[in-house]
Ligand binder design. Structure first.
Ligand SMILES: Nc1ncnc2c1ncn2[C@@H]1O[C@H](COP(=O)(O)OP(=O)(O)O)[C@@H](O)[C@H]1O
Ligand SMILES: [Mg+2]
Length: 268
């Protein structure tokens, strides 16, 4: 069984979720695992330390995102691919797993189309178009590189950076990257490990919902989870059999997610 696991930035900011790494070691003989990680808060922390204040913009749909200029994309790469991916690889090695960190630039693993313009809502609530900066929309995944590594027993750890048409690095959404990799690699499941048990609606955890139901729930879902639900829908629409949203900090989080225990499962 091939499984893509996204480790949320909400987890990475408190250090590598070791229960998840231990569980990966238990599953790895019978599963092909690919990891994708987030880390936005850690990027912001290091950018501040470097004296580069981060600017966040809000889309007309209310989605808040980092404005990624040239200096910011370099800090983003340093923290995502240099620091966080390597922390994960080190933990995997300690657990006896052969982790290999990769970003979208490596072997053109993730290609993206650079957004030339971004439509944002300014302080006065008006819509304005600004330069897109270094953010992209995923356009392709080179799954043969992943298969090469998986075939030799390595565990790919992928940072949410893509390569643009001119070879430039692009900031991409981690949840979307995981969904695209799962679809591109023909995974059986994609698991979004985060800091809550799953999607809650009207105060209770939703155990199971179809892609249609998930999409219909979006107006009632808050930021953060909304991106995950959208990515889950994209993944199952693109052929992944199930998308699971789960807590990454409890005991054996991946085994429980794959057994549909205490989590949210989105099916086609
Ligand atoms: N309906 C909802 N159900 C569950 N979580 C929600 C919901 N609406 C908003 N959230 C928030 O989404 C967060 C998860 O998204 P995010 O912070 O982006 O995590 P990650 O860093 O793991 O991607 C939760 O911690 C929670 O605060
Ligand atoms: Mg998130």
């Amino acid at each position: 069984m091939k499984v893509v696991v996204k480790i949320g930035g909400s987890l990475m900011k408190a250090g590598v979720p070791e229960a998840l790494v231990q569980d990966a070691a238990k599953l790895s003989p019978s599963h092909q695992l690919v990891f994708v990680h987030g880390g936005g808060d850690v990027v912001t922390e290091y950018a501040n330390r470097l004296g580069k204040e981060q600017r966040f913009v809000v889309s007309p749909e209310g989605i808040r995102s980092r404005y990624t200029d040239r200096e910011t994309v370099e800090i983003y790469q340093m923290v995502m691919s240099g620091l966080l991916a390597k922390r994960l690889v080190q933990s995997f090695h300690r657990a006896g797993l052969k982790g290999v960190s990769l970003a979208g630039e490596d072997g053109a693993l993730i290609t993206a189309a650079r957004k030339s313009k971004l439509v944002i809502v300014d302080e006065r609530g008006r819509r304005v178009a600004i330069e897109g900066g270094y953010t992209g929309r995923v356009s392709g995944v080179n799954s043969s590189l992943l298969d090469l590594l998986l075939g030799q027993g390595y565990i790919p750890v992928v940072s949410p950076v893509a390569v643009g048409e001119e070879g430039e690095p692009l900031n991409i959404d981690g949840d979307k990257a995981a969904a695209s990799i799962a679809a591109g690699a023909g995974a059986d499941a994609v698991v979004f490990a985060t800091n809550v048990e799953g999607l809650s609606l009207d105060g209770s955890l939703v155990r199971r919902l179809s892609a249609e139901e998930a999409r219909a729930s979006l107006p009632k879902v808050g930021f953060g989870m909304q991106k995950k639900v959208m990515a889950a829908v994209d993944a199952v629409k693109a052929g992944v059999k199930e998308a699971v949203i789960c807590s990454g900090t409890k005991e054996a989080p991946l085994s429980k997610a794959l057994a549909h225990e205490g989590c949210t499962v989105v099916t086609p």
